[in-house]
Write a protein that binds this ligand. Structure first.
Ligand code: 5AD
Ligand code: SF4
Length: 471
């Protein structure tokens, strides 16, 4: 048994990052059994679940259509905000009943919540029926953890606080055969004061460029159309290399040269966004003109309290540079309202910067206190009611700009990668523009997986309608 410690997780060593090759499991305990993986949170988690599913399939398990008819359920969790926690514990409540009806059902938890001491203590105390827990650093050990839990028939907890080596050649069962997630780095060293990620995901470590390029090349060979390069702060890619100078601009260029039709990347921190990166994005047609650039707040006082390392003036300068150098670029952001000590004036400064930037879209959140982070100690006199009012006001503004930006596209013809049948209308297909806008189109399924030219006919806040242009 190994239980997590946030204090240990906050430590950063100068040790060189080692690379390890995944070795396939020889366990076959899953033969004849079905699994269900439920994923919460960000793209990183979604991609981890793709690895988890592949490991389970190596062990003989097959995917269940629903958790109700599964023999094994794994919850891959998110710790970023309180409501992510609540959702997981809510689902665990339902699973408790299921487990009572079907005692042979195996249930496990992994992901960012598993890295939190408070959560693991609660599980050991009140959720003794949960069979196993593993963390973000030992997914490659899943087969042995699960086998031990089955053999010993007692709760198996194996969570490492210190990040492990970088694992190459992990098996992967991807959600899509059109677009793929590709990890380029793990962890984060920024330690923004509100954020739990540097604790749950460990020290920043970059994958070797050769491994990334090889993965993208093999995706091109398998006919994938799009890759999204993943990391908590992708712009810091390569900063941890000791023996070579190679950065995100270099990587973007080399990935673009593989010939993959679309390259995207998330997430960028304004601090590390270089001019070279902007130039590379502007000069390669297959690097998409879409940048997610979290601002978090428009108040310098709050940005400082958040430990974001830039002022609003720096953000605006970067924003303008990106807009002027990359034609038709769309920029989206993340904003937190109600950070401790955010006054009405601070909040108004956030509204001002939204009015200035007119973002294509923004993901907005009420500040959520995370145990163990520096901001957790700050006094927070603002009521939840007030924070909710601010969020509502901000969202109204964000949505109006989202609609305004979408309306600008009406009448224009844009490239869309068709991904599937529209959720709202079975007669329609849907996909994303180069600028990451969802378009619903009258069309046939044979276009799925193709990039087609689409004339935009109507705009809503969060989607567009369009028709295919022939030829
Ligand atoms: N409370 C609210 N929002 C948060 N985020 C990260 N930590 C917190 C928190 N404690 C938001 C940030 C980040 C996004 C992924 O989640 O805006 O960019
Ligand atoms: Fe969290 Fe800041 Fe790192 Fe993003 S850059 S993962 S907000 S600590």
């Amino acid at each position: 048994m190994e239980i997590p410690s946030l204090k240990d997780a906050a430590k950063r060593s100068k040790n060189e990052i080692k690379i390890q090759n995944y070795s396939s499991t020889n366990s076959s305990i899953g033969i004849g059994k079905k699994y269900y993986v439920k994923t919460y949170g960000c793209q990183m988690n979604e991609h981890d679940s793709e690895n988890i599913r592949a490991i389970l399939e190596e062990m003989g398990f097959r995917e269940a259509s629903d958790y109700i008819n599964a023999d094994l359920i794994i919850l891959n969790t998110c710790a970023i905000r309180e409501n992510a926690h609540n959702k997981v514990f809510g689902f665990l409540g339902r699973l408790k009943h299921l487990k009572r009806e079907k005692p042979s059902l195996m249930i496990g938890m992994c992901g960012c919540m598993a890295q939190e001491e408070v959560v693991v203590n609660e599980i050991m105390d009140k959720y003794k029926w949960l069979n196993f827990v593993f963390g973000t650093h030992n997914i490659h050990k899943l087969s042995s953890i699960l086998t031990t839990a089955v053999e010993r028939q007692k709760q198996e907890i194996e969570v490492w606080s210190k990040e492990g080596d970088i694992l190459e050649n992990m098996p992967v069962k991807r959600d899509s055969n059109i677009k793929a997630w590709v990890n380029i780095m793990y962890g984060c060293d920024k330690f923004c004061t509100y954020c739990i990620v540097p604790f749950t995901r460990g020290k920043q470590r970059s994958r070797r460029k050769e491994d990334i390029i090889e993965e993208v090349k093999s995706l091109v060979k398998s006919n994938y159309k799009e890759v999204t390069l993943l990391g908590q702060n992708v712009n810091a890619y390569g900063k941890d290399f000791i023996d070579e100078e190679y950065n995100m601009a270099n990587l973007l260029e080399d990935v673009a040269k593989t010939g993959i039709e679309r390259v995207r990347f998330v997430t960028s921190h304004p601090w590390d966004f270089t001019d070279n990166m902007i130039d590379v994005i502007a000069s390669y047609k297959n690097i998409m003109p879409y940048i997610h650039l979290p601002i978090q707040s428009g108040s310098n006082k709050i940005l400082k309290l958040m430990g974001r390392r830039y002022k609003k003036e720096d953000y605006i300068e970067l924003f303008n540079k990106i807009k002027s150098k990359i034609p038709n670029v769309s920029i989206t952001t993340d904003i937190i309202v109600g950070f401790p000590n955010e006054t009405e004036e601070d909040f108004n400064e956030t509204l001002d910067i939204v009015n200035y930037c007119k973002f294509d879209l923004a993901y907005t959140f009420i500040y959520s206190k995370r145990e163990g982070t520096p901001a957790c100690k700050l006094l927070d006199p603002i009521s939840l009611d007030e924070k909710e009012k601010r969020l509502y006001k901000l969202n109204e503004l964000i949505n109006s700009y989202a609609k305004m930006n979408n309306e600008k596209l009406v009448g224009k013809t844009v490239p869309v990668l068709i991904e599937g049948v529209s959720e709202k209308d079975n007669n329609k297909i849907c996909g994303y523009t180069d600028t990451m806008k969802l378009v619903n189109i009258l069309g046939t399924k044979d276009l799925i997986g193709k990039i087609v030219m689409v004339k935009i006919t109507d705009a809503k806040s969060f989607s567009l309608d369009g028709e295919i242009i022939n030829g």
